[in-house]
Design a protein around this ligand. Structure first.
Ligand code: HPA
Length: 247
């Protein structure tokens, strides 16, 4: 079963999503961000969860990533496509770029970031060399080509804590570290999915130049405009990917 985790700007799949069941929010790790919606997107069965909750009330550092991923696993989810709005750091990632990161660097802190807390007597270290699933990324690449929507095939996602944006020096440091993209919700989500053996890909939409990269300061108005415009492409890619995965 495929799950889509919607990020900033993607709070529903629209009228073509027919709700069949709504899973309760409570888990052993606390409540999920929102009710998890199980249904059909046209005729394709899938699960949808808006990461920031209804009305975007949950900020990135307070998302209960463990509850979200655990609840999806309980519902039989084996694949996740996560949508994340991000800032572009390198010149190949201007606003409105759609990118499929293949690497991540975690700059976040103070988040519950593991299911293996030592309580179960077994110390577990999952392999995280390649955080994002190559097959899912390949499917998204393919539907991008089919639908004439070019995607950046790789990139390193630097995941910060937020909710504030970064300083220009922090972005310079991240660029020096090898980051192409910056966002606040990449981690620990992808790592938790790996711990529960769920395949995971991130479809990142660049909504602004990162701090100090563009000519001017970052405007919320521009971000919202890019988000609205980009999410239309995101939705059509997601639908095409879900369809291809069903075949
Ligand atoms: N920084 C961090 N997170 C973001 C940004 C950014 O510039 N844009 C969208 N999410």
């Amino acid at each position: 079963m495929l799950a889509i985790i919607g990020g900033s700007g993607l709070y529903s799949l629209g009228e073509d999503f027919h709700l069949e069941e709504q899973a309760p929010r409570n888990t052993p790790f606390g409540d999920t961000s929102a009710d998890i919606l199980q249904g059909r997107w046209q005729d394709i069965p899938l699960v949808f969860l808006p990461r920031h909750g209804p009305g975007h009330r949950v900020p990135p550092h307070r998302v209960n990533y463990r509850a979200n991923i655990w609840a999806l696993k309980q519902l039989g989810v084996t694949k996740i496509i996560a949508v994340n709005a991000v800032g572009g750091i390198t010149s190949d990632m201007p606003p409105l770029t759609l990118a499929l990161p293949d690497q991540v660097i975690d700059y976040s802190s103070g988040r519950e970031h593991t299911f293996f807390d030592g309580d179960d007597a077994q110390v577990t270290h999952v392999d995280f060399s390649w955080p994002y699933n190559a097959e899912l990324r390949g499917i998204l690449m393919e539907v991008g080509l089919q639908t004439g929507q070019p995607l950046a095939a790789s990139g390193t996602y630097g995941s910060t804590n937020g909710p504030r944006l970064e300083s220009a020096a922090e972005i310079t440091r991240m660029r020096n570290d090898g980051c192409n993209l910056v966002g606040m919700t990449g981690m620990p989500e992808v790592a938790l999915a790996r711990e529960l053996e769920i395949d995971y890909a991130c479809l990142a939409l660049v909504v602004n130049w990162a701090a100090g990269v563009g000519d001017s300061s970052i405007s919320m108005q521009d971000i919202l405009q890019n988000m609205e415009q980009g999410m239309r492409q995101v939705k059509s890619l997601l639908f095409a990917a879900a369809r291809l995965m069903q075949q």
